[in-house]
Design a protein around this ligand. Structure first.
Ligand SMILES: Nc1ncnc2c1ncn2[C@@H]1O[C@H](COP(=O)(O)OP(=O)(O)OP(=O)(O)O)[C@@H](O)[C@H]1O
Length: 306
């Protein structure tokens, strides 16, 4: 479990993380979602004690990272592509780390198998592709058999096979009862991986919700209407809670009214309709509008009970 309480980080005038409070629980994959520069990496560095908070606190399994006697057994992390001794083989790299942390050779071979690097474990890590390097980074994270696994943008730059592999691995780790915290700036990716979402924008918490709840709130229906009397129809439909936009002449996109309500009003006003159809907004749209309006949402993060 990761617990973040009123956590803030300033760099000079820049507030990178702004009074963030949230918990990451075991047994599910929690996505840490936000556009570039939202403060995700800074938060993750503070979780690992690599950066000191300006204020607030963060604990991993009840203690600050530095207070754990064997931190690698508590939390395994992959931040940006790790610096690996390029001349060393993947296995030797893992063996060296294991030796300094009192971890057995058996465990090294277990993680090599878990990340699918057995065939190349004896090769120089310097010659690894991005995907293989990422697997090696994950092997390092898993070496201490940690209760918490945290990965910063692990799918960046990977091909579809690599992306699917990471997705399945994360779900498997959560199913084993571990706490899995993974960042991304892509809603579409998180929708396929995470069960719970922590959404941040400009360093602030925007949402702490289950994916199901986020999807339910996001699915706003847009009704598309075409009419030769579009201007008159627009005036007729205007009102509180209704937005009407027009992308092309003669067509309107309406939210806040059902198809039936629009059809009935048009009929009563003797306005001819050529089209009346409904479509759902995508999760990506909902995420984009939530983070674009970060300032507006800042005071009232969306939270759902767990
Ligand atoms: N060492 C630093 N010195 C100054 N500003 C920093 C430093 N580290 C981060 N920042 C700033 O803090 C803000 C948050 O950055 P951070 O890297 O945490 O965001 P992020 O959500 O991880 O984004 P990305 O996906 O681009 O990495 C950004 O505006 C960034 O420029």
């Amino acid at each position: 479990m990761i617990e973040v309480v009123e956590l803030s980080k300033r760099y000079g005038d820049k507030v990178a993380v702004d009074t963030l409070t949230f918990q990451v629980r075991p047994g599910v994959v929690t996505g840490f979602l936000g556009p570039n520069g939202a403060g995700k990496s800074t938060t993750m560095r503070m979780i690992l004690g690599l950066d000191a908070p300006t204020s607030g606190r963060v604990t991993v399994n009840g203690r600050r990272y530095a207070e754990h006697r064997a931190p690698m057994r508590q939390i395994g992390a992959l931040l940006e592509a790790k610096a690996v001794h390029a001349g060393r083989s993947a296995r030797n790299h893992l063996l060296a780390l294991a030796a300094t942390h009192g971890i057995s050779t058996r465990r090294v071979d277990e993680v090599i198998d878990a990340v699918g690097l057995r065939e190349v474990a004896g090769k120089r890590a310097g010659g690894f592709s991005l995907g293989m390097g990422q697997r090696l980074g994950i092997a390092v994270a898993l070496l201490g058999d940690p209760a918490v696994v945290m990965l910063d943008e692990p799918v960046n730059g990977l091909d579809p096979d690599g992306i699917r592999w990471i997705r399945d691995l994360l779900k498997g780790l959560a199913a084993e009862g571990r706490t899995v915290f993974v960042s991304s700036h892509l809603m579409s990716e998180m929708a396929q991986t995470a069960e719970h979402l922590i959404v941040v924008g400009r360093g602030r918490l925007l949402a702490d919700v289950s994916l199901t709840e986020f999807t339910r709130r996001a699915s706003q229906t847009v009704v598309r209407v075409r009419s030769p009397q579009a201007a008159a129809l627009r005036e007729l439909l205007a009102g509180a809670g209704v937005t009407v936009t027009s992308g092309e002449p003669g067509a309107l996109e309406v939210t806040g009214l059902t198809r039936e309500q629009i059809g009935d009003r048009a009929a009563a006003a003797r306005i001819t309709l050529h089209e009346l159809s409904a479509s759902e907004t995508s999760l990506e749209d909902a995420f984009m509008s939530m983070t674009r309006d970060a300032v507006e949402y800042a005071g009232t993060p969306v939270r759902s009970p767990r």
